[in-house]
Each structure stands twice: as C-alpha cells, then as structure tokens.
Design a protein around this ligand. Structure first.
Ligand code: G6P
Length: 607
C-alpha cells in the first residue's frame, strides 16, 4: 500500500521523485524518503509524515544525482518511525531498496542473514532485501544476478526497485502481485507503482507482469523472467491518464471539491452514452462482449469499501431494471471462497483506483475459468481495467481525498446505464432515462443545502456513536454514510437495514445515540416510519433525510434535511451526497485531517 518511484536520466532525479511521491500519496502517507546516487555515493532524505515534510527536509540537506528511488509508506511492519522509512539499505550502504507489498518469509531470511553476520536497524520486512542482494553480490560481483537471486528467495507480494552504488547506469525492478509501471521518455526512464506519476512525463508505458525483473536505463528497459532469466519482449503502450492538476481552486480540501464535482461526475459518466431521445444506452466498453452477455444469467459483483456499497446499489438496480439475479461480495471474501461458478455467471469488479489488492486477487482467481470478467473502474489503464475482459469507465477524473465520494456517484450512475443496457422490456425504461437526465441539477440542489446540513452536523459531531438506517435502495446508502463519517470524523457509526433494528441495534438507542434515517418517498414509507417510531420511543435523536418535509417520518425527527424527489432507483445519487456533506462537516467541526484520515490510504494495494 505504499507508493514507489524511480528515475534514471539526465536531470535531477529528486524533481521527479518528489513530485511522483506527492502523486502517490493516496497509497500511504505515514513517512516518505528518497535515495539518489551521485558518483558512487548514495544520499538519502527521509522523514516521518507527508511528502511536503520530505521536500523541506531535502531542501535543507539537498541530494543531487540523476539516478534515484523514492517511497511513500503506509506502515505494515514496524511503527511510523524514521528508521522504518524507505528506502532501506544493506549494512554497507551499497544497495538501497523501495518496496510495496509484504515479504512473508522475511523472518526466515533475517535469521539466515543474521547467521552470516548481517545486522538490521529497522522493524520492516523490506530491510532483508538489500542485505540479501548484498549477500549474493559478494559471490557474483554482478548486480543483476544478485538481485535475481535475492528476489527468487522472496515469498509474498512485492514491487521492488533497487539502486546500487556499484551501478550508476541502471535501476532494477521486480514485481509479484503488486503493480509497477515503467514510463519511457527521451533519454530518461520513470518508474511508478502505477502509471499516475509517470503520466505527467510520458505516455509510453510498459507494465511489468508477475515474476518479471526489469533492468532500466536511459536507453530504455529490458525485461527478464525471474526464474528462467530469459528475456521477454514487451512493447510500450500509449496511456492517456489525467493525473489531476492538484488544483483545489476555492475549496479548502479535495473532499469538499470532489463532493461539489458530483453533478459534473454524473454528466460525464452519461456523456455520449445515454441518447435520451432515442432511448438508447451505448456502452462502447461492453460492445466486444455483447454476444456473451446474452447468455449471462447471474452476476457477482465484487468490490471493497465504498465501491462495495456502490455494488450493493448496483445489485438492486440490475435486479429491478435488467431482471438479472445479482449477488454482491466483498473481494476479500470472494477470493478465498470455494464457490462453484457456472460459465453463465459474469463477475463484475467495481473499483475507483483499479489497484485494490483484494479485487485484483479476486479476478486472478478466475483466470483460465472462462468466466466473463467485467469492470466498472475509474482509473484508466489501472491493473483492474487491464485485467477485465470488458467494462465501463466511470470518467469521474482523479479522486484524491481518501474518502471516496464522487467515485461512488459515478459508479452508481454507470450501474444505472448498465442496467438499462441489459434491460429487456423494462416497463419504466423511459421514466428512468428522464429522471436520470435531471439528476445533475438535483444534486446541485442538494449541494445548495450545505450550510443547513453543516449546522446540523456540527450539533451532532460531538456524539461518540451514530446509527445510519435505510431500506432497499437506501440501505447501501446508510452503510456508505456510516462508513464516510467513520472514516473522516472517527465517530463510531454503523449502517443497518431498517428492518434489522429490532434484531439488535435498537438495544443501543438512548438519548446519547443518534440515528441518521434515510426516509425518502417510496412504497417503504410506512416501514421507515415504524423504525423511526421505535427509535423515538426510546428517546433516540433522529436526523432524517426526506424528500417531503410533511412526511410522517419528518415529523418524528429532531432535524430534517429535505432533498429533491426522484424515482427510488436513483435516490442513492442524491441521498449519498447529503450524507457526504453531513460527514464532511462533522469531521470539520472536530478538526480532522479530512483528505488524509489517520491509518487509512486511498488505495489498499496490500492484503
Ligand atoms: C480504500 C479507500 C476507499 C475505497 C476502497 C476501495 O479503503 O479508502 O475509499 O472505497 O479502498 O477502493 P477502490 O479503489 O477499489 O474503489
């Protein structure tokens, strides 16, 4: 879950390394470091904290050189301390390594190396790697074969880049289950743990595959198989990635900016895909598999986090509109389940980043099974986008705040489009199309409520707990709303289906345990009202999200938020935005670091 960069060329390596690490901070922001080679001497700059601290540190003690590596860390082994910050080096500081992933057999290797007289300064699994390379280098005097031998011993998951004082002409990279991209420029080569940092410099990118080592230099790259050592030919591909301008404009942080981008997100997800007048949904990404789709009688949606909750909305949409049985599973469960799958099942992965380790592993499990792999992915060119047989991009643009908002809205929009595309004789087709077309304006209406929502959120921000409830389409939104407030404000929150209240959660309710109830108009009105009565009778405070201020549910609430009316399948597109504003302002009231909440990362690239 860490970010990796590498540079070899004619320019100061640190410029790319520091910018690249900033781009990769979504992968972790516990600590950061760079190592740069200059005339056989490697200098480092390292700090606990953000890349901006590293910049300051480097400015005070500059490192110069045109070959280097860098890393932004999300701690797995060992605390957030300077000694655990990458790049890690061997005992004689000849080999420096940055690593993303987990070396599962590091204790074994450490024990072996200790017996050979090696000593260790950090608590990380990574530190064994440069020492193991050093160990092998003593025997061969060749950096590539030492790296190869070391990597062959490693078990687990890794993306590694090696810098050696013995070789100013090359950098060495290896990959197993953790992505690594090489960007080929003119007389320079850029490495990134994904294509994002590379994208600002070159569009010519090659992705390493599992079990490969790359030797990179100013002339290009050579790929070899780790085990057979045979060369592998792979041409670059042209990628078009918007790495994001990083410009906040007038917004105080990216989460606020991204919430306010949700109307544009829906427009962009629909652009050129929904021909309202002709009642046609055109999804170019699915055209290749259109014939296969005719035979699909079951869809399993797999995802993590917010994407999982978008998947739950997708389940309701696909079942109601397209009439296809759907099941949603967390990727971390799906990957280990012994589930019989028939060839008429399609697996649909949902991911903002396209780099989530569990989702990647879940798709990998299907390799060779003949099961159709579909994707709803936001990041173009990402691992999941490349692993799927077909899919639909979200077109939400880069999302930078750790807590996902606009990606959820885009994913749900895409689900509506896919459901319409797969619909056969759905009687309310034109009603959905008509309603979808006005959703962007309606979200704008929700955004105009920000001040009112902020006022309510501030009142409730000092509670320790929150319950979120909703039924049917509002149930996944309740889960997502609870996740959001938990992520950014650290208030304990749980999302439940309203019907489950009596099966446990009701025991929690008293005057100090408030509920956020999503009670928008639909044929579940009476049921939602009953849930609220039960809470009310136990002195529970209620914030209710309604689309009719005169509804019975509104009358039972201490505070109400009134959003525009739409048809039930599209309600999540409006209600989610209201819950985002609520969570955002609760977190703001508590003075939290909204874009980079503690202990989390934007993209969970290790299990
Ligand atoms: C992390 C992020 C979440 C995100 C989840 C799944 O937990 O903090 O915001 O929903 O990963 O990520 P993906 O990129 O696969 O959608």
């Amino acid at each position: 879950m860490c970010g990796i960069v590498g540079y070899i060329g004619k320019n100061e390596a640190k410029d790319y390394l520091l910018d690249g690490l900033e781009t990769l901070e979504y992968r972790g922001y516990d600590s950061a470091g760079i190592a740069v080679l200059n005339k056989e001497k490697i200098s480092t700059a390292k700090t606990v904290g953000r890349v901006e601290h590293l910049r300051k540190e480097e400015a005070e003690r500059p490192v110069h050189g045109s070959v280097g590596i860098g890393h932004t860390r999300w701690a797995t082994h060992g605390g957030v301390l300077e000694r655990n910050t990458h790049p890690h080096h061997d005992k004689s500081k000849e080999f420096y390594v940055v690593h993303n992933g987990i070396i599962e057999n590091y204790e074994e290797i450490k024990e072996f190396l200790s017996k050979q007289g090696y000593e260790f300064y950090s608590d990380t699994d990574t530190e064994v790697v440069p020492n193991l390379v050093h160990f092998h280098y003593q025997k061969t005097g060749n950096v590539l074969s030492a790296f190869q031998a070391a990597v062959q011993t490693l078990r687990g998951a890794y993306a590694l880049v090696l810098l050696s004082s013995h070789d100013s002409e090359n950098l060495y990279a290896a990959k197993l289950s953790s992505p690594l991209a090489l960007g080929v420029g003119k007389d320079e080569l850029f490495i990134g743990s994904d294509a994002l940092p590379v994208a600002g410099h070159t569009q010519d990118v090659v992705f390493l595959e599992d079990g490969e080592i790359a030797v990179v230099n100013t002339e290009g790259y050579r790929i070899v198989d780790i085990t057979t050592k045979k060369s592998i030919e792979r041409a670059t591909e042209v990628i078009e990635i918007d790495s994001g301008d990083g410009d906040l404009g007038d917004f105080p942080d990216f989460m606020s900016k991204e919430i306010h981008e949700t109307p544009a997100t829906v427009r962009s997800a629909m652009l050129g895909r929904l021909r309202a007048d002709e009642q046609i949904v055109k999804l170019g990404g699915l055209e290749l598999v259109e014939d296969q789709l005719q035979f699909i009688d079951r869809i399993i949606i797999i995802a993590c986090g917010t994407s999982y909750y978008a998947g739950m909305v997708g389940e309701y949409l696909l079942e109601e509109i397209a009439g296809i049985p759907v099941e949603v599973q967390q990727a971390s469960e799906f990957r280990y389940r012994q589930e019989p799958l028939s060839r008429s099942t399609a697996v649909l992965v949902v991911s903002q980043s396209g780099e989530t380790a569990d989702s990647i592993a879940a798709l990998k499990k299907l390799e060779g099974s003949g099961i159709l792999k579909l994707g709803i992915v936001n990041a173009p060119g990402s691992t999941l986008a490349r692993m799927t047989d077909a899919g639909v991009y979200c077109h939400a643009g880069p999302e930078k705040a750790v807590a996902s908002t606009k990606a959820f809205v885009a994913q749900v929009t895409v689900f509506v489009l896919i459901a319409l595309k797969l619909a056969k004789n759905y009687p309310k087709f034109s009603e959905v199309v008509k309603a979808l077309n006005v959703i962007p304006q309606q979200i704008e209406e929700v955004l105009k409520l920000e001040k009112d929502i902020a006022k309510i959120a501030k009142e409730y921000a000092h509670h320790n707990d929150f319950l979120y409830i909703g039924r049917r389409y509002a149930y996944p939104v309740a889960m997502e709303g609870a996740l959001k407030i938990k992520e950014i404000s650290y208030i304990h929150a749980e999302g439940f289906a309203g019907g489950e209240m009596k099966h446990g959660p009701l025991a929690l309710i008293d005057e100090s345990f408030p509920t956020f109830a999503i009670a928008l108009s639909n044929d579940m009105d009476e049921k939602s009202f009953s849930n609220m009565q039960e809470i009310h009778a136990r002195n529970g405070k209620i914030v209710t999200l309604v689309d009719d201020k005169n509804s019975p549910s509104a009358k039972l609430a201490q505070d109400i938020i009134v959003i525009p009316k739409t048809i039930e399948p599209l309600q999540p597109l409006l209600s989610s935005v209201a819950t985002y504003l609520f969570a955002y302002h609760a977190a703001k009231e508590l003075g939290r670091d909204i874009d980079k909440p503690r202990n989390l990362a934007k993209s969970v690239t290790v299990e």
